[in-house]
Ligand binder design. Structure first.
Ligand SMILES: Cc1cc2nc3c(=O)[nH]c(=O)nc-3n(C[C@H](O)[C@H](O)[C@H](O)COP(=O)(O)OP(=O)(O)OC[C@H]3O[C@@H](n4cnc5c(N)ncnc54)[C@H](O)[C@@H]3O)c2cc1C
Length: 474
């Protein structure tokens, strides 16, 4: 039987990052994967969605090119080519993950892992048909031994009760992201991050999109002003957004909806219905019960060091239910690997969830970082619109704003909606994490004209000395 210091089950961002760090620290590592290497993020999540959003953005730019003095007539969207480009991007990033693991001498086992004991994993070996994504199990089982087992098994889309899983009109994000034809009418159930990203993709590529949200606002957890702003932006390009509406049935391409305010019921004919109501962790109940691994509906139970309650078994990524974000899973992977390789008696590294930037790749983008305090005593809120930023005005991306919540001259939280805000928010994330005084960053020269100047503007505003625009609010 092959013996490893650690075996990682699942090769998504959490699993493969953990494997690389383990190897860097001198471990002999194996990764077991029952599907494409790279997990959801590479194959059905971050990579394909952002690839299609890029096509959506280009379509938007071409559509609006007249305002920059460039006239493009008769442009069309070739959805098959969009899908082909997406598939090439996926394939390339999957190959990058494979090359990374190979570079770090991580052994990859293709097949399904079952933990027999905390020190032994059985692999039902298979061979993946890369083009058809069909796993051909060979009927051969192989056992491997490991001092540590890391569960990085990810999450799957959650389907609500009103949906028949085999309804041909209903798609999960996993299926919609691989679609080869543009649906003429797409209805999206759920106005969260995934729902709004798919609305961005398909509305800009030519579908008629309706988003139905149960709550009275989209993007639960974000500042209400940002929720309202993105609804207005999407409605302006033809997306129909129904907030405070309940979907009670989906059948044969018809979505049955009730207005929660008036109780009026109506139907929305659809060529595809995306269920984007959340994701659930991959929990192998029978196996976990046999091994005594603690879990609940939110995920596998882990402590701050990523240990489960069973010695030698660790869990990271979406499967822990701590977050459904690739970068959190990657960080958990690093922390778990460092703790696994820690010398006995040395202090373990604690996972810190306090500063997690979260991005919505809509047009325009949205980003939030830090906790908005529920108790606003001694907290001041400052907001600068992008219309006060020269680069945004020059490039006609002047909608949106940046907002910060400040206490004792430190930023507690920051949120923004605007062009490419995902690329400028890390400065504020670092300030929150390092508890940097506002003045320390406000006095650093920011290049002009850049979008990042808005950070300095909002810090200067908080310090009561805005120099580059006239504040409209006290
Ligand atoms: C449409 C969409 C867009 C997204 N966009 C973003 C984004 O822009 N940014 C972001 O941060 N996050 C994004 N996410 C979320 C991100 O994809 C996940 O947070 C991330 O993939 C979780 O990583 P993971 O390693 O925990 O699990 P996964 O990526 O889910 O990987 C788990 C792997 O484990 C394997 N596995 C499970 N059980 C076994 C077993 N018994 N044996 C062998 N293998 C097994 C699975 O096959 C899978 O490959 C998006 C998700 C979706 C659906």
């Amino acid at each position: 039987m092959e013996r490893y210091n650690a075996v990682v089950i699942g090769s998504g961002p959490a699993g493969h990052t953990c494997a690389v760090r383990l190897s860097q620290l001198g471990a002999r590592v194996a990764v077991v994967e029952r599907d494409y290497v790279g997990g959801i993020c590479t194959n059905w999540g971050c990579t394909p969605s952002k690839s299609m959003i890029e096509s959506a953005k280009i379509a938007r730019i071409v559509r609006e090119s007249g305002r920059y003095g460039v006239n493009v007539s008769n442009f069309t969207v070739d959805f098959k080519a969009v899908a082909q480009r997406r598939d090439e991007v996926i394939r390339a990033s999957r190959m990058d993950v494979l090359a990374l693991l190979e570079h770090h001498h991580v052994e990859i086992y293709q097949g399904e892992a079952h933990v027999l004991t905390p020190g032994q994993v059985q692999i039902r070996r298979g061979k993946l048909d890369l083009d058809g994504r069909v796993m051909h199990y060979t009927g051969r089982n192989e056992d491997i031994a490991a001092d540590h087992i890391v569960l990085a098994t990810g999450s799957t889309p959650a389907l609500p009760d009103f949906v028949q899983p085999n309804d041909p009109f209903v798609v999960s994000s996993n299926r919609l992201i691989t679609i080869g034809e543009l649906p003429r009418r797409l209805t999206i159930v759920g106005g969260g991050v995934i729902g709004l990203e798919f609305a961005t993709i398909f509305s800009n590529l030519g579908s008629q999109v309706t988003v139905i949200e149960y709550r009275d606002h989209v993007l639960n957890g974000m500042d209400p002003e940002i929720s309202l702003a993105i609804v207005a932006e999407m409605q302006a390009v033809g997306v129909r957004i129904l907030t405070y509406h309940r979907v009670f049935s989906v059948a044969a391409g018809m979505v049955y909806v009730e207005d929660r305010a008036t109780n009026e019921a109506f139907e929305i004919p659809s060529d595809a219905v995306l269920i984007a109501t959340g994701r659930q962790p991959v929990i192998e109940k029978t196996m976990f019960d046999r091994l005594g691994i603690a879990y609940d509906a939110r995920g596998i139970g882990v402590d701050d060091y990523l240990r489960t309650n069973v010695p030698g078994v660790w869990a990271i990524g979406d499967a822990t239910g701590k977050s459904i974000l690739a970068h959190v899973g990657m960080q958990q992977g690093i922390v778990a690997a460092e703790n696994i390789m820690e010398a006995p008696g040395d202090a373990l590294r604690q996972m810190d969830y306090s500063v997690i930037p979260a991005v919505v790749y809509s047009i325009p983008e949205i980003v939030g970082v830090g906790e908005i305090p529920t108790d606003l005593e001694d907290v001041d809120v400052f907001k600068v619109p992008f219309s006060a930023n020269l680069r945004a005005n020059i490039e006609a991306y002047d909608s949106g704003f940046m907002k910060i919540w400040v206490k004792n001259s430190r930023v507690l939280a920051a949120q923004a909606i605007g062009h490419n805000v995902s690329e400028i928010m890390q400065e504020l994330a670092n300030m929150i994490a390092l508890k940097t005084p506002l003045a320390d960053v406000a006095r650093i020269i920011h290049a002009h004209p850049t979008y990042s100047e808005i950070t300095r503007s909002v810090l200067e505003l908080a310090l009561g000395r805005a120099v580059d625009f006239v504040p409209t609010e006290p």
